[in-house]
Every structure is written in structure tokens, then in C-alpha cells.
Design a protein around this ligand. Structure first.
Ligand code: GDP
Ligand code: K
Ligand code: MG
Length: 297
């Protein structure tokens, strides 16, 4: 008898920095969701597609659900919540290094009415003693009726294959939604801007909060077949612009070098990257600006 094909959509939800993007990158094996040790790095849903012989997993990376502090936060929570009832499995990811907190309660309250199988994924087990793990499971197991509780290390890969097997068992029979060589349905433009934003966050450390956006203004091909990518980094304040540019442009240059390398490996081609920085006061609170930067509903 022919074995049936399984496919479905899986969303990953959890507090910022628990490892959602790291997990997607690990299973997809290509850098599609940016990672950083700062909260709220991921602002949009990114789909990662994993195709196996008998199944296709479509992962949706959500921005961390957290209480909104401004309009952008509001927007991020809305898309994260919106995905929950449209998927086949919800993965609620927590960080094994942290105990149950208010942020988790907030998420659990939002998961209570979801009619989908919810997995509790305890990530970063490479950082904790097995006893801590047992205590955590004890703490969480009665808060919600979890279909599965699975500890993993997204960074080192421990137990990730097992998780995929269990996920597969929860997926319905279905078609192969995407061709097997497609790993994401996100426009490359968006990923490029995310890679640039990641470098800014990484290199400027604590000084730049999440008040930046990156816009890819233009992509064109040069005569020598290199692509030229022009991008603008939008900041809220003049002082932030100064930090991003750095002394005699050194910071911006570093951002450019690092982002260029990642974009080149994404596109498989050499590029020129031109970066500009501009100040747009209070952009996060103005709906028309959110739209201009791609945060549309
Ligand atoms: P997200 O905000 O949930 O998408 O979290 P990220 O994927 O951006 O990860 C946040 C930080 O946690 C990064 O510095 C990752 O390298 C780190 N991280 C993610 N998974 C693991 C893990 O399994 N073990 C350890 N030790 N660190 C991890
Ligand atoms: K993050
Ligand atoms: Mg993320």
C-alpha cells in the first residue's frame, strides 16, 4: 500500500529570545530568519519550508507575543495571535534556563481557546541540569493541556529529529504545498532588509533599541553582472543615526561588510551594498509609516 503524504502549517510561539528563529534555521538549514540575543528581532512571520520524502512542514516564525508598548507592538501581537487558529500545530517554546514567568502566563491565556494541538517545547536544554528540566515540566504540565512536551536544543540540535517525527505524526494528510527546493516564501527583499537590521542590532549592542527599520530602496544589475542593492536604515533620533554611522563611518562600514556577506550567500551572487541612514521621528507610532516599512495587515 502507498504511504500517504502529510503536510501542514506549524507556528512557533514564545517569549522573545527563547530560540524560535534558531529552531527554524536549524531545521531549514539556511539562514532565513535572523537571530540575535535581543528581544523582538523578528517582526514579521517568516515561513520556513522543510520537505521530506513523505511530508512537508511549513513553519511560521512569529514575533514574540508580549504586551504591546506602542503601535508596532500591537501590530506584532495581532499577527502572532492571528496565525494560531489557522495552523495544524502550535509549538509553544520556552527557555529551559528561565522559570515560569508572567510573559508565559500571558501567552498561555491566549492559547487557552486554541483548538489545535499545542506542543510545549523546552529549548536550550544544553544549558541546564536534567533535574531542572523535570522541575520545569512539573511547573508547566498542568497550565494547559499539551499534546506533547519535548525538550530540545535548537542550537546544538539535540532531539530536533525526534521533534520532527512527532510533529509529522500530528500533521494531516495533504499536498506538497511548495516545490522541494523552496525553503521560504518570503521575498528576498525582506530577508535582505532583515539581515541588515540584524547586523545593526548585533554591532551597536545596547545603544540602539528596536527603533530602526531597514528599507531596500532599489536592486539593479551592474554591467559587471554584480547586483547593486541600495538600502536605507531608518532611525527615530539623530543621536541614533550618529551611532549607526560611527566615527568617520566605521560602524556603517562594518554593518555593510557583514550584511553583504550574508546577502551574497543568500543570493549566491556578488553584490555592492550601499547603505544610507535617515532620521524619521517617531515612525513606530504612525500607521502610514508602518505601512511604508512593510508592516501591513
Ligand atoms: P527568538 O527571539 O525566539 O527567535 O530567539 P533567537 O532564535 O533569536 O535566539 C535568541 C538567542 O538564544 C540567540 O543568541 C541564540 O543563539 C540563543 N539560542 C537559541 N537556541 C538555543 C539553544 O538551544 N541553546 C543555547 N545555548 N542558546 C540558544
Ligand atoms: K531574538
Ligand atoms: Mg526570532
Amino acid at each position: 500500500m502507498e504511504k500517504s503524504y502529510k503536510s501542514g502549517f506549524i507556528t512557533i510561539i514564545g517569549r522573545p529570545n527563547v530560540g524560535k528563529s534558531t529552531f527554524i534555521n536549524r531545521v531549514i538549514g539556511q539562514k532565513i530568519a535572523i537571530m540575535s540575543d535581543k528581544a523582538q528581532t523578528t517582526r514579521n512571520t517568516i515561513q520556513g519550508v522543510l520537505t521530506e520524502k513523505d511530508a512537508q512542514f511549513v513553519f511560521i516564525d512569529t514575533p514574540g507575543i508580549h504586551k504591546p508598548k506602542h503601535r508596532l507592538g500591537d501590530f506584532m501581537v495581532k499577527i502572532a495571535e492571528g496565525t494560531l487558529n489557522e495552523v495544524d500545530v502550535v509549538m509553544f517554546m520556552i527557555n529551559a534556563e528561565e522559570g515560569f514567568g508572567r510573559g508565559d502566563q500571558y501567552i498561555i491565556d491566549r492559547l487557552k481557546n486554541i483548538k489545535r494541538p499545542i506542543f510545549l517545547i523546552i529549548n536550550k536544554i544544553d544549558q541546564v541540569h536534567p533535574d531542572t528540566l523535570l522541575q520545569l515540566i512539573d511547573q508547566y504540565k498542568d497550565k494547559l493541556s499539551f499534546a506533547e512536551i519535548i525538550p530540545i536544543s535548537a542550537l546544538q540540535g539535540n532531539n530536533v529529529t525526534h521533534l520532527l517525527d512527532v510533529l509529522k505524526s500530528h500533521l494531516p494528510e495533504g499536498p506538497q504545498y511548495y516545490p522541494e527546493d523552496q525553503v521560504t516564501d518570503h521575498p528576498e527583499r525582506f530577508i535582505m532588509s532583515e539581515l541588515i537590521r540584524e547586523k545593526v542590532l548585533e554591532l551597536t549592542r545596547e545603544e540602539i533599541p528596536h527603533s530602526i527599520a531597514v528599507v531596500i530602496e532599489q536592486i539593479d544589475e551592474q554591467e559587471n553582472e554584480k547586483l547593486r542593492v541600495q538600502a536605507t536604515i531608518v532611525t527615530e533620533r539623530k543621536s541614533q543615526k550618529g551611532i549607526i554611522i560611527g566615527k568617520q563611518g566605521t560602524m556603517l562600514k562594518q554593518v555593510g561588510v557583514k550584511a553583504r556577506k550574508d546577502i551574497e550567500s543568500l543570493l549566491g551572487t556578488k553584490i555592492y551594498l550601499e547603505l544610507w541612514v535617515k532620521v524619521q521621528k517617531d515612525w513606530r507610532n504612525r500607521p502610514q509609516h508602518l505601512q511604508a516599512y512593510g508592516f501591513t495587515e
